[in-house]
Ligand binder design. Structure first.
Ligand code: PLP
Length: 395
């Protein structure tokens, strides 16, 4: 037998952390990395944050899991809190981002069904989008590397060019029921939607009686310097999927919707065994306790300004490697003139973790609790990595 016990679907690097503290990860030999990947925008309070750890420990010792057959007071309480913080009137809890998208898409479907328009089953999505790895969510992108080998896939997502409002206007017909979009594409290469695009999508949805579904799985929960990215565009969605940061490392997601959009989500239409269990809810509450502190978002924006300025100062010193910096808040992308995957691997050997993304972008997704010295250290490490970098010769 040659297959590994662990199904070999990841090409894992040899970083093997066993412990985390604040913005750092450590392996069994005590090697240290500055973690500017945050488990892909998940550990927004860094590692071993005492408030989050305490909340999980306390809840684990009290009640971990019951069932959605029963009332789950912690779930109702977190739903109320999220409703109070957002556009939404109602929330369904999941265990991951892809499941939150699935719920969002089902909510859209059932909305049109409930209104007697079952023919509005198609959803518009965008090139280089990423919405997860389930069969439905891989069918919502044109990224070949995710679709390959899994076709035939559901064909009711229609992929259009990102940031092209005219293409969207032209594609809307009586079969379109909604538009699914990341306000800032993450995996696709930290590409923010233009303000005209997102506000234009909102307007088109209103004009055609269809639903705007935002995927804020990566950009949501304070990452961009506002609690949700769409706040900076001055629009609200009808439905929004979140996950990643909301649990701070505990696996949890949610689908938020207005009362109007959730018209079809009645008893029996959806469910999850684990979704919204008391342990997950305790983790989310602890994360929200911190990110809703009055000074927190201002601090994220301040760190962002400082980090962007430092990166912009660094770029000309290594102008054969670095091109530009883009993104919002602490969801930043360093665009390279060379392969970003290889550079991320090289940067690891200089003690900093980042994440490669599409378009030769290095994603910098630090914990939101970074301080000035972490920013200086990150830029020093990226600079040192760049100075020592010899890109592999082009084939
Ligand atoms: C990570 C991600 C997902 C999928 O989340 P999982 O928890 O991996 O299922 C969906 N959408 C976006 C934008 C993401 O970044």
């Amino acid at each position: 037998m040659t297959i590994t016990a662990l199904m070999p679907v990841y090409g894992r690097c040899d970083v093997e952390p066993v412990r985390g503290e604040g913005c750092y990860l450590y392996d069994a030999q005590g090697r240290e990395w500055l973690d500017f990947a945050s488990g892909i925008a998940v550990n927004l309070l860094g590692h071993s944050h005492p408030h989050l750890v305490g909340a999980i420990q306390k809840q684990a010792a009290t009640l971990m899991h019951t069932s959605n057959l029963y009332k789950v007071p912690a779930q109702a309480a977190l739903a109320e809190r999220l409703v109070g913080l957002t556009f939404a009137d109602t929330v369904f809890f999941t265990n991951s981002g892809a499941e939150a998208i699935e719920c969002a898409v089902k909510t859209c479907r059932s909305f049109h069904y409930a209104h007697g328009n079952p023919e509005k089953f198609r959803i518009l999505t965008f090139s280089n989008a990423f919405h997860g790895r389930t069969l439905a969510t891989i069918s919502a992108t044109n990224q070949e590397k995710m679709r390959k080998g899994f076709e035939p896939l559901p064909d009711w997502f229609h992929v259009l060019p990102f940031n092209d409002l005219d293409a969207v206007a032209a594609a809307i017909d009586s079969s379109i029921g909604g538009i699914l979009v990341e306000p800032i594409q993450g995996e696709g290469g930290i590409r923010p939607a233009t303000p005209e695009f997102l506000t234009g999508l909102r307007k088109l949805c209103d004009e055609h009686g269809i639903l705007l579904i935002l995927d804020e799985v990566q950009c949501g929960v304070a990452r961009t310097g506002t609690l949700f990215a769409h706040e900076q565009y001055g629009i609200t969605p009808d439905i929004m999927a979140i996950a990643k940061g909301i649990g701070g490392g505990f696996p949890v997601g949610a689908c938020l919707a207005t009362e109007h959009a959730a018209a079809g989500m009645v008893i029996g239409t959806h469910g999850s065994t684990y979704g919204g269990n008391p342990l997950a809810m305790a983790a989310c509450q602890a994360v929200l306790d911190i990110v809703t502190e009055p000074a927190f978002l201002a601090q994220v924006r301040e760190s962002s300004t400082r980090f962007v300025a430092a990166l912009e100062q660094m770029i000309p010193n290594h102008d054969t490697i670095f091109e530009s910096v883009r993104g919002m808040g602490l969801m930043l992308g360093l665009k390279l003139k060379t392969d970003s995957r290889a550079f991320v691997a090289h940067a690891r050997s200089h003690g900093i973790l980042a994440v490669a993304a599409g378009d030769n972008v290095v994603r910098l997704l630090p914990p939101l609790i970074i301080e000035e010295h972490h920013i200086r250290e990150a830029v020093d490490k990226l600079s040192a990595a760049a100075a020592a970098y010899v890109p592999a010769a082009a084939a």
